[in-house]
Design a protein around this ligand. Structure first.
Ligand code: GSH
Length: 211
């Protein structure tokens, strides 16, 4: 079966790249760019209506939204990477899978203000400080254990968000320990090696403005 992933380095499509490495699936990685118009062309919008990454094609079927893709991949190819319906840990599993987007919303705002908005007059120091604080608070829910007892695609969603968060805030200790375990996973390291040249972040750390 052919699996294709449309990917931009350092973006949420890394989650799917990492999941495919965890699964050990054969796949084609299509490196895309935010700087040409390719994600706004009709052919791509048919895969991802908002022109976002990731999008995947699996056996001729297309799906976007990283959380949905992770769950779909686990259901279809890797049941050991999800908690089955009816199991007690299912609630924690779903919560973590979606909590990753709570973190990602702050990351997206911080990315806009630190990086995408190039003119200093367009940036809001207030938003930068506020979003960094809100991200730090949200990270307090992340601890050293895997989200639902055993490593799952929820940890892929969450682990990627914590990995990106370290560019904007000092991680609370439990989240830092969790990230250490993420970084040790061989599939994570293989995905990182395939991620491609930096497209978004060129600094290791983007401090909130003074004030
Ligand atoms: N909830 C979506 C968000 C997708 C998303 O916003 N992706 C970003 C990269 S992290 C993107 O493609 N941005 C390009 C744009 O906003 O035009 C998901 O998890 O897949």
């Amino acid at each position: 079966m052919t699996i294709r992933l449309w990917h931009v380095a350092q973006s949420r499509s890394f989650r799917v790249l990492w999941a495919l490495e965890e699964i050990g699936a054969a796949y084609e990685l299509i490196h895309c760019s935010f700087f040409d118009r390719s994600l706004r062309e009709d052919a791509y919008l048919a895969r991802s209506p908002a022109g976002r990454v990731p999008a995947v094609e699996i056996g001729g079927q297309t799906i976007c939204e990283s959380g949905a893709i992770l769950l779909y991949l686990a259901d279809r190819f890797a049941p050991h990477l999800r908690v089955a319906e009816g199991a007690r840990e299912r609630a924690a599993f779903l919560q973590a899978l979606h909590y990753a987007e709570t973190l990602a919303a702050h990351l997206a705002n911080l990315t806009q203000h630190h990086i995408v908005l190039r003119e200093p007059s367009m940036r809001s120091p207030t938003v930068m400080r506020l979003e960094a604080r809100r991200l730090e608070n949200a990270l307090r829910a992340v601890g050293p254990d895997w989200a639902a007892g055993a490593f799952s695609v929820a940890d892929i969603a969450l682990g990627y968000a914590v990995h990106m968060a370290q560019r904007f805030v000092a991680l609370p200790e439990p989240a830092a320990v969790y990230l250490g375990a993420v970084h040790e996973r061989e599939a994570f390291q293989r995905a990182l090696a395939k991620d491609g040249p930096a497209q978004i972040y060129t600094q290791d750390f983007y401090p909130p403005p003074e004030g």
